[in-house]
Design a binder for this molecule. Structure first.
Ligand SMILES: Cc1cc2nc3c(=O)[nH]c(=O)nc-3n(C[C@H](O)[C@H](O)[C@H](O)COP(=O)(O)O)c2cc1C
Length: 436
């Protein structure tokens, strides 16, 4: 178990940051924060188990899926790497927390001193242990999950880092954008308009060029935290995450396009997108808890290289009706960012900020303020109750619009039958972790 160490200057309870996902998992296991599930099928069982575990209780454990039927022994998947206060603190190297707000406060303190640290290029690394080239490429050699019943396909990239170089400037962006398998050597990304990856891709397409890309699908969870949170344009996610480690990441350059990949990554795909070569992408259960966006035609990536470690571990971040297996970590980081912003905007007396998981870590944000006087409203407000001088009300309209009741988007949640079947299959194990 992790012990509290007063005034420790280390990385959480450790002398140095974890080198990779594997060392992170070992630390989280030592803290009693990981449950191993053997025998879950890639087809819907992993996604449903992630839902059952993350809906059962707060501070759920991470799930390490092992012995996946039909796949080589040793291949594993990790869901929910940073989805508890302790695991998030281990990932970021923050003090062992008693309460989620301790991590928010520690994160804000960290950000006052945080300075980006650029990665170091090396020529060797475990990610180069295996390289599949051209005709040998088969992304389905890994146990890529089908997460929800209505998804358009199997998603290899959910907890991923999509790496592209800005053709106009000397920097590399890393973003978490979902990657759907089309066939053994093609995947497609969904990148929302406005995201940095989309802006970069457009630059290549406007110049009539293909857009080179790497997709890292298993890595230090710090890189997922960097990739899935909004950093400023021009700030490389390796540098930001390196700033949290206090030492640089090691990167190796990819064979075809010289793009930087984490030297300790588990699986990295390399390919390029061409503007006019597209395929149907989606639908996919979204973080809002709905299938709100329809399938669309998105640029196809022909995967020409797959770099992977022996016994690779694929990361999973499964969006679903919140809470999900990643929403907690987003809530903490967003809460820290909002707290900084409201104080910067001049609001005084802020005593706490929390971003609720039920709002998908974006849409239900609460700011607690110390009362400055016994009133919230001004005397000109006709609703003001003169006797008590208070006026405080909030209304949340959570109704589906009446006109759209019949065709409102489906909820991204396992059907009761599937949930029951999976619960029965893994009943003993789920009971031992308080998720029965
Ligand atoms: C688990 C997870 C999945 C995400 N999936 C997508 C996605 O499929 N497409 C997208 O545009 N943004 C997605 N996002 C949001 C982006 O990762 C996030 O906005 C990030 O800041 C984008 O990087 P950028 O600012 O470099 O564009 C996801 C975030 C998380 C945490």
């Amino acid at each position: 178990m992790l012990e509290k160490t007063q005034g420790s200057q280390g990385f959480n309870d450790y002398e140095r940051p974890h080198a990779d996902l594997r060392e992170f998992i070992a630390r989280a296991e030592r803290a009693g924060e990981v449950v191993s599930i053997k025998g879950a099928d890639w087809k819907l069982e992993m996604g449903t188990l992630a839902e059952i575990v993350n809906h059962a209780r707060p501070e759920p454990p991470a799930i390490l899926f092992d012995d996946v039927p039909g796949y080589a022994k040793g291949m594993r998947l990790l869901s929910g790497a940073t989805n508890s206060s302790k695991r998030l603190a281990i990932a970021l190297g923050l003090p062992v927390p008693d309460h989620p707000l301790d991590v928010v406060r520690a994160y804000r303190e960290r950000m006052k001193r945080h300075r980006p640290i650029a990665p170091t290029t090396v020529t060797k690394g475990p990610v180069l242990e295996n390289i599949d080239r051209d005709g040998k490429v088969d992304v389905l050699k890994f146990p890529v999950p089908l997460l929800h019943e209505h998804d358009g396909g199997r998603y290899i990239g959910t907890d991923d880092l999509v790496i592209m170089r800005d053709p106009d400037a000397d920097w590399v962006n890393g973003g978490t954008y979902r990657a759907m398998v089309q066939d053994k050597n093609h995947v497609s990304l969904w990148i929302s308009p406005g995201k940095h990856g989309r802006q970069i891709r457009e630059k290549y397409f406007r110049a009539g060029k293909p857009c080179p890309v790497l997709i890292s699908c298993g890595h230090d969870p710090l890189l997922f935290l960097a990739g899935g949170n909004e950093l400023r344009f021009g700030l490389c996610e390796y540098d930001y995450a390196g700033g949290h480690r206090g030492e640089p990441y090691e990167i190796v350059l990819s064979e075809l396009y010289g793009l930087p990949m984490p030297a300790h990554a588990e699986i990295v795909l390399e390919g390029e997108m061409i503007e006019d070569v597209k395929a149907r992408e989606g639908p996919f259960g979204e973080f809002t808890g709905y299938y709100a966006s329809s399938p669309s035609q998105q640029p196809l990536i022909e995967v020409k290289r797959v770099y992977y470690r022996d016994d690779p571990i694929l990361g999973i971040a499964s969006p679903m009706r919140p809470p999900s297996d990643f929403s907690f970590s987003k809530c903490v980081m967003k809460a820290g960012m909002i707290w900084d912003e409201v104080e910067r905007a001049g609001l005084s007396g802020v005593t706490g900020v929390w971003v609720h998981e039920f709002g998908g870590a974006r849409m239900f944000n609460v700011v607690a303020i110390k009362q400055a006087r016994r009133a919230w409203s001004g005397p000109l407000d006709p609703l003001l109750d003169a006797a008590s001088s208070t006026n405080s009300r909030a209304i949340i309209d959570a109704c589906r619009p009446y006109e759209r009741l019949a065709d409102f988007p489906m909820v991204a949640r396992a059907s009761p039958e599937l949930r029951q079947k999976v619960k029965e299959k893994f009943a003993d194990l789920l009971a031992t972790i308080g998720c029965g």
